[in-house]
Design a protein around this ligand. Structure first.
Ligand code: ZN
Length: 198
């Protein structure tokens, strides 16, 4: 029998909304310190998905994500290292990612050279890794904003997958690793670790 909890996904908007709702479920559980989902977390996911779908709820602005830039110590968004940081376009500029601060994050030398011009999810898939929840949140918001601007949210998924987009919609996750394998944020290295590395 099909899992009754998984809704029908027809459009790009549904696809992104379901990923975002799963993200919100993981976010809530992690913020509360749970290692397994509770009923309340499933309710959060269902309510948010339906709210996004019928327009009674909206994804929050990138303001919260931008605030992280100012409140956490400057470190690589992918691994927490402080080694030779430079800015990285989360959605590559070369494939159409915006050149504004919402799309810019810190990346260390090692992550930068490993990621190169790849899209974040493509790169993560290659190294069999999963982004920190708050990084994925920023990414999903950027994808949603792009699709909204290009009027793609009501496009069917099969049609959208034929298009040449700056990201691969098929990589936007609907199933997430277990909570015990997820983190809200990368842990910036301590000054001692930084010293040991150099
Ligand atoms: Zn790094």
């Amino acid at each position: 029998m099909k899992n009754a909890r998984i809704p029908a996904i027809d459009t790009v908007g549904d696809h992104i909304a379901w990923s975002y709702a799963n993200l919100a479920r993981a976010d809530a559980a992690l913020q509360d310190g749970f290692t397994a989902y509770q009923r309340i977390h499933h309710i959060i996911r269902t309510k948010l998905f339906h709210g996004l779908k019928n327009g009674t709820m909206a994804m929050r602005s990138l303001y919260d994500d931008e605030r992280i830039k100012m409140t956490v110590p400057q470190a690589c968004y992918y691994c927490g290292s402080t080694d030779k940081l430079s800015v990285d376009h989360l959605i590559p500029r070369i494939s159409g990612g915006a050149d504004d601060s919402d799309n810019l994050i810190w990346a260390c030398r090692s992550c930068n050279s490993s990621k190169q011009g790849r899209d974040m999810l493509e790169w993560m898939k290659k190294k069999q890794s999963f982004p920190a929840i708050l990084l994925l949140r920023r990414y999903l918001k950027l994808v949603a904003r792009y699709c909204d601007e290009k009027d793609l949210l009501s496009t069917s998924m099969p049609d959208a997958l034929q298009r040449n987009l700056p990201f691969d919609l098929s990589l936007i996750p609907h199933s997430f690793p277990p909570l015990t394998e997820l983190t809200l944020w990368v842990y910036p290295e301590t000054p001692v670790q930084a010293q040991q590395r150099s």
